[in-house]
Design a protein around this ligand. Structure first.
Ligand code: TK8
Length: 338
């Protein structure tokens, strides 16, 4: 099961923190409209998960809590929506953790390449004490985290040539997320990375402002990158999660009963979302091939070489983040592998 913030009130949100003019604490379930925006399309598992979340919230609240989903970055990219949550002008978003790293540096552990081999290893870390510890850092930034959904293992696409060896990265202009670990890791491999909001990627690929990008297969498919990218290299170089965020200003206005409805729905829809995501990621490879992409695998030896080249970057960030935390992640992965 997805792990939820422990303790009542989720990081100090309970009871007395009301800033409303009326001093009576919220109780019961009120009529509320909740704007929930994501970067991916409705047909992507993240979109389907959000839809499921909206249905569950409606069911559990007898129709009083209405979640209005906005897909495909209609409300802005991950960073902008997160800021809207902090400002109290939007209630929910489910961004990648990577652009959050500017605020919460510890989230960079999920940007370390080649840590996880399988989804279940990532889930163990995210749903365990480490994932929880990171959720607890959110309230200080006016955010409440209700658990982790899945984007998944990222793979490289580009318009120039197949990438099968570490040397093949040389000179490739690659769009990365707005995240320092990704930037420095791709630089170390000799690529020429440029950080960019997700909503700008398709046109940057189309106009050849960049040669390539990297995302999970279901995302590549849903966003039709096959129309503007010839080569798909199954690098599986990093697993990045989504974090389910609620604005703390909004959260603090909710009654405990309403908060519980959102927690339960986020966990239930998240379970559904992860399952769907894995099915979609498996199907997407064949579909992308059928759509004309040239697909290549990357050998374990070459991945090990890439990992070796990136190591100084990772060591540097591990020091900045805290080596104990990083060790905790590797220990958890080792436990799952045993
Ligand atoms: C969608 C993003 C996207 C991420 C990216 O909002 O930016 O490449 O993989 O899924 O979070």
């Amino acid at each position: 099961a997805l792990l939820l913030l422990a303790g009542c009130g989720g990081g100090g949100g309970g009871g007395s923190a009301s800033t409303a003019s009326s001093s009576a604490p919220a109780s019961g379930i009120q009529e509320r409209t909740i704007k929930a925006g994501i970067g991916l399309n409705e047909d992507h598992p993240e979109g389907q998960g959000l839809k499921k979340f909206a249905e569950l919230v409606s069911e559990k609240s007898g129709g009083k809590l209405k979640v209005i989903p906005y897909y495909a970055a209609q409300l802005g990219d991950d960073k902008k929506m997160t800021e809207a949550l902090q400002a109290g002008t939007q209630e929910i978003t489910i961004p990648s953790t990577s652009p959050l790293v500017g605020d919460i540096k510890e989230y960079a552990i999920f940007d370390f390449p080649f840590v996880f081999n399988e989804e279940k290893e990532a889930h163990a870390v995210l749903d365990g004490p480490l994932g929880q510890k990171l959720l607890e850092k959110l309230p200080a930034h006016n955010l409440i985290g209700l658990g982790y959904w899945e984007n998944g293992f990222r793979n490289l696409t580009n318009s120039k040539h197949p990438v099968a060896t570490a040397e093949d990265f040389k000179g490739l202009k690659i769009r990365t997320m707005q995240n320092q670990v990704h930037l420095e890791a791709f630089s170390a491999l000799g690529a020429n990375p440029s950080p960019m909001a997700f909503s700008e990627v398709f046109s940057a690929l189309e106009s050849r402002t960049v040669d390539g990008q990297e995302n999970p297969l279901a995302t590549i498919k849903s966003n039709k990158y096959n129309e503007v990218q010839k080569y798909l290299s199954v690098t599986k170089h990093v697993y990045t999660p989504f974090v389910f965020l609620v604005g703390k200003k909004f959260w603090d206005k909710l009654s405990p009963e309403e908060q519980q409805i959102l927690r339960d729905a986020a966990a239930e829809a998240g379970k559904y979302q992860r399952e769907l995501n894995q099915t979609e990621n498996q199907k997407a490879l064949d579909e992308l091939k059928a759509a004309g992409m040239e697909v290549n695998e990357v050998s374990a030896e070459e991945k090990a070489r890439m990992q070796e080249i990136i190591k100084p970057v990772i060591d540097k960030f591990a020091k900045e983040i805290g080596e104990d935390l990083v060790k905790e992640m590797y220990d958890e992965v080792a436990k799952v592998r045993k």
